[in-house]
Design a protein around this ligand. Structure first.
Ligand code: NAP
Length: 466
């Protein structure tokens, strides 16, 4: 190393913005770096850590949430500090961060979603999966959303990725099976009154190109009272796709096998249905009196692109389906942060392999790095972030070794936060809140009873401080 910091006397000071999986894996990689002494501060605008593991992973997938044990271990490192309830752009500026840290890791995820861009998208009863997922997960930003499940029997669900799977499962599952999870109480109460009997999932490509994981669709088929239905027309695999599937991952082949079996099973006898439609795309959302009543679909056929990947090409065939509600689960998108270059086309922080750029395609911005969905877009499972964050941190360390860092000149950021009376949540505060939520959950037979709002979280944090 040709720089005079990164040792016990002059540690490297790094901050991570966002406390989801990608940030924690980045911090873990930093602490594991040989011959480097690092101090890490992690900031989150919410009083609670863990990003999508808390606010995105479905409440009935508690096994996925156990990954936080890994993050808790990272947080136990003596050189780690958590600053919850601190928003960059409100409580601290990017310039403040640059004055305090040698490097800044942006793990801010993708907090918005894609729009369909078709007529009728603003009708009542048209919702984004982002809102629904945040709402049932008790994310404070979404607690005021409302979903009229009591008046709906049929729901159209656009997109067939794993978010669609979560939405379909939560809509169709017996709410009694969700009651003991950490699902938000307001969501459980609404689901208990739900009359939804049918979810029609609309895939723009064919069955061989479905975006869901086999485990997810199989889980829905195993739900008591629910059939996964694929019509002969929808389940047809064209000759090109049949050959293409042979070259694809086993998960794709497993999806095709499952969907083909469903065609043979037919309609089934259960009261609730998940209907998987393929090669259809919404071109208009139809409504009456300001409320959605149906979806106009255009059919498509698959055409190989120049790489040989089958892509949908619209054909001159239309169809209208009735729907009382429409959920759009067509992918997440980042929200631009003033002062940080945004790649508008991809909806992520402008970066090259994790090194943040001064503009899309422009020069590197020294000392700034992106991880997770902010780096690569909204793809991959929780575990995907581990190698991906590690790769970014390797670049960060290589830069440090070349002396390419920010040049902090300010003392402890805590002093600035205190001077501005920012009531930040420390890791110890969070541990108390965590224990409190779990205790409250036990009292009503749940894994955890989440505090519904930032205000109630902060009130509890203050009370627990004693
Ligand atoms: P995704 O996997 O990218 O799926 C998005 C879906 O929307 C795809 O079916 C896509 O079709 C479709 N779509 C996009 N634009 C559309 C349009 N204009 N019209 C119609 N359909 C459109 O994204 P996601 O479901 O939001 O999931 C994000 C990531 O989180 C994924 O990696 C997912 O695996 C992961 N995740 C995992 C779990 C789990 O493991 N349980 C749960 C939730 C999320 P095409 O496929 O044709 O592009």
């Amino acid at each position: 190393m040709n720089v005079s910091f990164g040792n016990a006397e002059h540690p490297i000071r790094v901050c991570a913005i966002g406390s989801g999986p990608s940030s924690f894996y980045a911090v873990e990689a930093l602490f594991k770096a040989e011959g480097l002494t690092v101090q890490v501060d992690m900031f989150d605008r919410l009083p609670t850590p863990f990003g999508l593991v808390r606010g995105g992973v479905a409440p009935d997938h508690q096994n996925i949430k156990t990954v936080v044990k890994v993050y808790q271990k990272v947080a136990e490192h003596p050189s780690f500090r958590f600053f919850g309830n601190v928003k960059i752009g409100r409580d601290l500026s990017i310039h403040d961060l640059e004055r305090h840290y040698h490097a800044i890791i942006w793990g801010i995820g993708c907090e918005s979603d894609h729009k369909l861009g078709i007529a009728g998208e603003n009708l009542g009863g048209v919702h984004s999966a982002t809102d629904f997922v945040g709402w049932y997960n008790g994310h404070p930003d979404y607690r005021h959303c409302s979903f009229d499940l009591a008046s709906a029997t049929r729901v159209a669900l656009v997109g067939n990725g794993n978010v669609s799977m979560d939405v379909a499962r939560v809509l169709l599952k017996d709410p009694a099976m969700l009651a003991s999870t950490d699902i938000a109480e307001h969501a459980l109460a609404t689901l208990q009154k739900s009359n939804v009997r049918e979810v029609i999932m609309l895939g723009r490509r064919g069955p061989a190109q479905a975006a869901f994981s086999p485990k997810e669709i199989e889980e829905i088929d195993e739900l008591p009272g629910v059939d996964v239905v694929v019509s002969t027309d929808d389940g047809r695999i064209d000759d090109y796709s049949a050959r293409w599937v042979e070259t694809q991952a086993r998960s794709t082949q497993r999806n095709v096998k499952f969907l083909t079996e469903q065609v043979h099973k037919g309609e089934g006898e259960q009261a609730k249905k998940l209907r998987c439609r393929f090669l259809v795309g919404p071109v208009e959302l139809l409504g009456h009196d300001g409320k959605v009543t149906g979806v106009k679909l255009q059919h498509a056929e698959l055409v190989a692109d120049k790489d040989g990947t089958p892509r949908p090409k619209s054909i001159d065939r239309f169809e209208v389906i009735d729907a009382d509600l429409v959920f759009k689960a067509i992918g997440y998108r980042g929200v631009p942060l003033p002062g940080l270059a945004f790649d508008d086309k991809r909806g992520i922080v402008a970066n090259a392999d994790g090194r943040v750029l001064q503009s899309t395609g422009g020069a590197t911005r020294t000392g700034h790095y992106a991880v997770g969905w902010a780096k690569r877009g909204p793809t991959g499972l929780v575990g995907t972030n581990s190698p991906d964050s590690k790769a970014t941190v390797e670049l960060l360390i290589a830069d440090i070794r070349e002396g390419k860092t920010l040049t902090p000149n300010a003392a402890d950021i805590k002093d600035q936060l205190r001077a501005h009376e920012v009531d930040f949540v420390s890791w110890q505060d969070w541990q108390r809140l965590d224990a409190f939520e779990q205790e409250q959950g036990k009292l009503c037979g749940k894994v955890r009873l989440k505090q519904p709002s930032i205000e109630s979280m902060m009130t509890t944090v203050r009370q627990l401080r004693g």
